[in-house]
Design a protein around this ligand. Sequence first.
Ligand code: FAD
Length: 436
Amino acid sequence: MKRMDATQNGSYDVIVIGGGPGGSTTATLVAEKGHRVLLLERDKCSQFKIGESLMPATYWTFKRLGVIDKLKASQFPQKYSVQFYSSSGKASAPFYFYRNAPHESSVTWQVLRSEFDQMLLENAQEKGAQIERGVSVHEVLFDKETVALNPDAIGAVGVRAKLADGRIEEFSAKVVVDSTGQSTLISRKLKIRTTEPELKKASIFTHFEGGIRDEGIDEGATLILHTESKDSWFWFIPLPYDRVSVGVVGDLGYLLQSRRECDGTLSHQAIFDEEIAKCPALKPRIARAKQLFPAKVTKDFSYRASRIAGNGWVLVGDAFGFLDPVYSSGLFLALKSGEMAADTINEALDKEDFSAEQLGRFGTDFVAGMEAIRKLVYAFYTKDFSFARFLKRFPECQQGIVDILSGNVYRTDVTGIFGPMAEMCRLPEDKHFSGP
Ligand SMILES: Cc1cc2nc3c(=O)[nH]c(=O)nc-3n(C[C@H](O)[C@H](O)[C@H](O)COP(=O)(O)OP(=O)(O)OC[C@H]3O[C@@H](n4cnc5c(N)ncnc54)[C@H](O)[C@@H]3O)c2cc1C
């Protein structure tokens, strides 16, 4: 196994697999401390990805990464609020993030992922990480393959990867970070990936050019619009270049299986069109807009690993878990876990301690914030629950809701709203997390 390959002066401290927002964040914050970081990204160049709306609390990670000025200079529309539309097409009052905290961190962006992911990767490179594109990691290597399924008995020592020229090479490092997104390389291999049966969803989505946005500070707002039966909901996310991202989410059974199990894009397109016809608040916004590519589909995206780290390895972003598209928490949690993982890795490198306990130190805190968002996801999917009714009965909970929608789950105690909320819908128990 290579102790070094493309590096000039020794082995890698950290190998990061996957150059999405989570991986770029960890790579940046470890490399800027002077550690040797190799980031391996499968795609030769950043391309279309779904997941385009940010939560305001990403501001604090962007600040540490040093990209606030780049975001301000970008074409990405500013997002001041999120607004919900009922099944009858009635709009709630927008939830403006700045109401609670009038600071520039209360406004965020709607991003085109090809440009956003590229910006974060370039930043990681500027801060000293070695970025290799077109390199697909086939396997994480552990020190004892024979007990590979017992995470406590093994340690990650490197990766086996296919290089851009087709050669297979092995690279070693003190810490391997899995930030492969929904590929979940390590949690699949160690069989520690658990699904969320009550969030068994599917989504069909595309981009339009020329959709009708609201005006003024509402121009960049995320809209969440229910269909008539409340069996599904749409997102409407304004993007640069007069584009808008539109996607529908519903139970897998409802959206794909019950009508027809479909393979071709045309059938997905047909379902997408049928759902638009059932969404009174969305239809007029895109009636004259031009769809830019056939509708794409994804499904079974809610899962979580039962642990976040092991000896010599750490999970970041979707490689650890993903909740649900509603509330746009995916990028926030990827960035936040990327940041928290970087801090524990930097500490591990200082102490020369690469144990599961050290590398997983951020797990309990990270999961607590994720749980708060998860509870609000369950409330959203309760058919007879509505935020308007909830806040009419418990107006004192307004701040807590805005805090969660903003991603302020690590800076503020938001749990106070769940007592009252449990009187109006069934909230889930915290998901088992064995640590570390
Ligand atoms: C339908 C839907 C809608 C969503 N909408 C939103 C939204 O509006 N807002 C939001 O915040 N989130 C949203 N998300 C979630 C969001 O897309 C993800 O949470 C986010 O992209 C996670 O970032 P990441 O860095 O963990 O993973 P990713 O962004 O998926 O990056 C993983 C990277 O790893 C690379 N990779 C994978 N395997 C390998 C390998 N073997 N070797 C090398 N490289 C590899 C991939 O090419 C990729 O670049 C949505 C998700 C879904 C399913």
